[in-house]
Design a protein around this ligand. Structure first.
Ligand code: BTN
Length: 244
């Protein structure tokens, strides 16, 4: 069945991800989409927070119950980034970049963050895909930017939501049958795919620097270390090394 989001709009919630997780545990079907004007306990990747002032961002979480092999589930994170990338290009003519795995940047500043969380529910494993897109008033101190600051095109929150849903539906449908098309497209849209000098922080005390050199089939990032050895990053924080 094609992916059909069903939107629940809320004024304020602790976190749209938490709300989607709660409803998933209570049996909500695939396609549930929680959208809130503001969040009081928004969650980011690697236990970070994400600012959610009222109306300044698009805060949304979608529930997926993929029926394909779990080995392909890590690609959901990359396909979500592709969907946001395409929708920002189509609705606002924004030229963005994707920082592995799924930050969307414009001129090295973050415009969108994505947190995908896997959970166990009575009807099987599921994924909550949380997407935060800055619409306006992003904090430059946090190296963030917004659609309002970057685009000439007046776009509404509803238009952005519709575009993201449309692109997600396309990517989600082809993911199980053409997984390599997701990694291939991702690689064409990310300057982090290859030849980028980065530092990698695994969040467990291990960190190193190296040069990116492509993706594994699973979407993991390969990094060549200065001693020539190869590391594969499955989860962690990748940052571009700035020339001083
Ligand atoms: C990141 O750290 O880059 C990911 C940020 C994800 C924020 C979004 S906003 C909507 C959804 N609800 C949450 O609690 N987090 C995500």
């Amino acid at each position: 069945m094609p992916f059909q989001p069903k939107i629940q709009r809320l004024d304020s919630i602790d976190s749209t991800n938490l709300e989607a997780l709660r409803q998933a545990k209570a049996g909500a079907p695939e396609g549930l989409c929680i959208v809130a004007r503001t969040q009081t306990r928004c969650r980011g990747r690697l236990d970070r927070t994400w600012q959610s002032p009222p109306g300044a961002g698009l805060y949304m979480s979608l529930l997926l119950r993929p029926e394909f092999a779990m080995t392909a589930w890590p690609l959901i994170t990359l396909m979500a980034a592709l969907a946001v990338y395409e929708s920002l290009m189509k609705t606002c003519d924004l030229r963005a970049d994707i920082k592995w795995p799924n930050d969307i940047l414009v001129d090295e500043k973050k415009i969108c963050g994505i947190l995908s969380e896997m959970i166990d529910t009575p009807s099987g494993h599921a994924i909550v895909l949380g997407i935060g897109i800055n619409l306006r008033d992003a904090d430059p101190e946090l190296n963030a930017t917004s659609i309002d600051a970057e685009s000439q095109f007046p776009v509404t929150r509803r238009e952005v939501i519709a575009a993201v849903h449309e692109e997600l539906a396309i990517n989600y449908e082809r993911l199980p049958t053409q997984p390599s098309s997701i990694t291939k497209e991702w690689s064409h849209r990310s300057s982090y795919f290859s030849g980028k000098e980065v530092s990698v922080d695994l969040g467990n005390g291990e960190a190193y620097t190296g040069t990116t050199c492509g993706l594994e089939e699973s979407g993991a990032l390969r990094v060549r270390l200065p001693d020539g050895s190869l590391k594969t990053v499955h989860a962690g924080d990748v940052t571009r090394l700035r020339k001083v």
